[in-house]
Ligand binder design. Structure first.
Ligand code: DAK
Length: 262
């Protein structure tokens, strides 16, 4: 599929989706969000794809937010439509049944930080900067930022970041739990690929079940969350991967996972 604003590439079981409007610091227009949704569906439906990476083209930005030029002409109804659709796309991203790494190579502001937070975890360049600067434009985050940020870093820090509109460094973002790891800029993609390949070598059933049970469990109380884990643990025993994984251990060899049901 040809995209105008994204690059989409699959190699060695890993789909890399790259926001590709470097002259506008990869800002998100409604058209970019539609293409992102199509790319997410492509990655979801392609059995060759085990893991997904989301990154930005150019050396400066991951995504510098929603496109301010376009938003400046919105009526309240258009703003609502953009927000509804944007949130839907980010839920599609968050619920993709494969691990997704945000590879944040520069500014991740506003909608950019919101896209990164809808991924499973964030690796960042030491040049990356994070923030929710919507308040500087007289609005609030519209793609789930107030909610995902509060869940990731806690109420107080989320409020401070959204209420001040300031930016934080990659190192600060790591200290507050927004980012998992920070790498020297030139090493970011190689390190991200290393982790993606490691995950891609695992069984797809277990990858999916771990991702989904952590996400679903966090939306419920501990006892019910653990009940979900029981069901999903048992479900893994319907996969060839469980037979292969345990068989390989007992035979003292490396497993070769195929991701099929037994
Ligand atoms: N939108 C459109 N163009 C952008 C942009 C953006 N968000 N960010 C940068 N650009 C463009 C600049 O206009 C400039 O274009 P030209 O003038 O060259 O044509 C080009 O990218 C390079 O940017 P700068 O010249 O500004 O580069 P600097 O290095 O000087 O500064 C910067 C980099 C990232 C600090 C600066 O560009 C900046 O502050 N950008 C805006 C960051 C920002 O405020 N982002 C948050 C956007 S608000 C909602 C739905 C969604 C949202 C809210 C509500 N609902 C519908 C309710 C989400 C909102 C946001 O994401």
């Amino acid at each position: 599929m040809n995209f105008e604003f994204l690059l989409y590439n699959v190699a060695e079981g890993i789909a890399t989706i790259t926001f590709n409007r470097p002259k506008a610091l990869n800002a998100l227009s409604p058209a970019v969000m539609e293409e992102l949704d199509k790319a997410i569906a492509l990655a979801r439906d392609d059995d060759e794809v085990k893991v997904v990476i989301l990154t930005g083209a150019g050396d400066k930005a991951y995504v510098a937010g929603a496109d301010i030029k376009i938003m400046s002409e919105f009526t309240p109804l258009m703003a609502k439509k953009f927000s509804v659709r944007g949130q839907e796309v980010l839920f599609n991203l968050a619920s993709l049944p494969k691990p997704v790494i945000a590879c944040v190579n520069g500014f991740a502001l506003g909608g950019g930080n919101e896209v990164a937070m809808a991924c499973d975890f964030i690796y960042a360049s030491d040049k990356a900067r994070f923030g929710q600067p919507e308040i500087n434009l007289g609005v609030i985050p519209g793609f789930g930022g107030t909610q995902r940020l509060a869940r990731l870093v806690g109420k107080g820090l989320a409020k401070e970041i959204c209420l001040t509109g300031g930016m934080i460094s990659a190192q600060e973002a790591k200290e507050i739990g927004l980012v998992n790891k920070v790498f020297p800029h030139a090493e970011l993609m190689a390190k991200t690929l290393e982790t993606a390949k490691l995950m891609a070598s695992k069984g797809v059933v277990a990858l999916r079940e771990i991702k989904q049970v952590i996400d679903e469990g966090l939306d419920t109380d501990l006892r019910n969350a653990c009940l979900k884990e029981i069901d999903r643990f048992a479900l893994c025993f319907t996969s060839e991967d469980q037979i292969e994984g345990m068989g390989a251990f007992l035979e003292k060899r490396s497993p070769s996972f195929k991701g099929k049901l037994a």
